[in-house]
Write a protein that binds this ligand. Structure first.
Ligand code: HAX
Length: 398
């Protein structure tokens, strides 16, 4: 008996043990309300909102201000902003042994696995057990963790500059990375915007849900976040941004006719047209719009940017021919890869780690809310959804 398919003819004729609605079973909890979220929500036309603000209004804030917003549910004043950035700096010291652990990892391991191990390692080295303390410490330590991850995995593990904990989170990452021949200001602008745009996306996306589920058993913030990053690493979730730039690199031309032929061939081969479509949005994702505008101002002649500019014209028209595609417009992943590539991040396998870095803030804030605010401060109980044994007799209700 497969109750998930709603196949009533397979049900037993005996008296049912209990009545159950079956239409949502084995659908990945899609659309099933399970809780409330204080940090963000997504609407079909304006996309994600952080604490009520449409993302398009927040794109030029600093990542630190948006972390403050997600944690405090209001934007900081300039004094609060300065104090919060300084506080993150003070929390940012990463123990030396993180680098030692990274030196033992296989260099062909996926960067998302390195990220997960890195977060676990930070947790083993220093966990306070206080949800907020640990979440803020982790956020503050991510720039150094990310810098070490890149350098050591790429074989640049020697002579890593000290982190003096000054400046913004992005500046600390860029200083640790210390790449020659790169425009640091350009990199900082692109990374800051990337972080702001990717910090949160409602409560029910897989990685956020996974992080909150793990935390519901009172695992630490670090264990919960490492699990969330493992969830994010899947190609159907965060790793789509890696696939998206790989797709753009395969196109290799910005000629509209050739791009259209490429898109049609992909569809004929039953492959996704990456960077288009969305489960909730029914317009172009404002996060894509922001990144297109950024690209037009910073790197309009970049070859990959020219390809995505053409794709943005061509793909929605071609995808619209298939009426079952609910949203033929560009999503967040269309442009981020081209921008990251432009400032020197030419290996797309790293892209999901930037997504993970950003999401640590949203997931951290949601874990704190769920553990210490929901249910009048008691926190939501340990997650325990129900699975129906296929052998059990039940009354089948659509
Ligand atoms: N290319 C090819 N087919 C597409 C498509 C696209 N860009 N967008 C939708 N479709 C297909 C779906 O696969 C689905 O086909 P089946 O009925 O055969 O399963 C059909 O059109 C209806 O899909 P939908 O209801 O419009 O959209 P879904 O909620 O099922 O899927 C996806 C949303 C984002 C997964 C989908 O649009 C897609 O695969 N896009 C390409 C991959 C991509 O860019 N992923 C990044 C998503 C960004 C994001 O959400 N980040 O958080």
């Amino acid at each position: 008996m497969d109750v998930g398919e709603g196949e009533g003819e397979h049900l037993t004729q005996d008296e049912p043990i209990f009545t159950v609605h079956t239409s949502h079973l084995n659908t990945g909890l899609r659309g099933v309300p399970v809780g409330t979220c204080r940090t963000s929500f997504v609407t079909p036309t304006e996309g994600v909102h952080y604490c009520g603000y449409p993302i398009a209004e927040l794109a030029n804030f600093s990542p630190e201000d948006i972390v403050y917003l997600l944690f405090n549910k209001e934007l900081p004043t300039s004094e609060q902003s300065e104090a919060f950035s300084a506080e993150l700096g003070k929390r940012g010291q990463v123990p030396e042994s993180l680098a030692a652990v990274f030196h033992t990892l296989p260099t062909d391991g996926h960067p998302m696995d390195w990220l997960s191990v890195g977060i676990h390692t930070l947790g083993m080295l220093d966990t306070t057990g206080d949800w907020k303390e640990d979440a803020l410490n982790l956020i503050a330590r991510m720039p150094r963790l990310m810098g070490l991850l890149f350098r050591i995995r790429e074989g640049r593990g020697a002579d890593i500059p000290e982190d003096d904990l000054t400046g913004s989170m992005v500046q600390r990452f860029v200083r640790t990375l210390d790449i020659d021949g790169v425009d640091d200001d350009l990199m900082e602008k692109i990374l800051s915007t990337y972080l702001v745009l990717h910090m949160d996306h409602g409560g029910g996306n897989l990685s956020t849900f996974t992080g909150k589920a793990i935390a519901s058993g009172h695992a630490t913030v670090y264990s919960s976040m490492a699990g969330a990053m493992n969830a994010l690493s899947g190609p159907l979730h965060g790793r789509a941004n890696q696939s998206c730039l790989e797709f753009v690199l395969r196109i290799g031309t910005s000629d509209p006719d050739e791009v259209e032929t490429f898109v049609r061939n992909e569809l004929a081969a039953k492959r996704p047209v990456y960077g288009f479509g969305h489960a909730v949005l029914r317009a172009e994702d404002p996060r894509a719009t922001v990144q297109f505008a950024l690209g037009e101002s910073l790197c309009p002649d970049d070859e990959n940017f020219k390809i995505i500019r053409t794709l943005r014209e061509v793909a929605p028209r071609v995808l619209s021919e298939n009426k079952k595609i609910s949203n033929p417009n560009a999503n967040v992943d269309i442009a981020s890869g081209a921008l990251l590539h432009h400032v020197g991040f030419t290996d797309p396998t790293y892209y999901t780690t930037f997504f993970g870095w950003a999401r640590v803030s949203g997931i951290g804030a949601q874990i704190i809310d769920e553990r210490s605010v929901m249910r009048g401060g008691k926190g939501a109980p340990i997650y325990r959804p129900k699975y129906i044994a296929e052998q059990q007799k039940l009354r089948h209700v659509e």
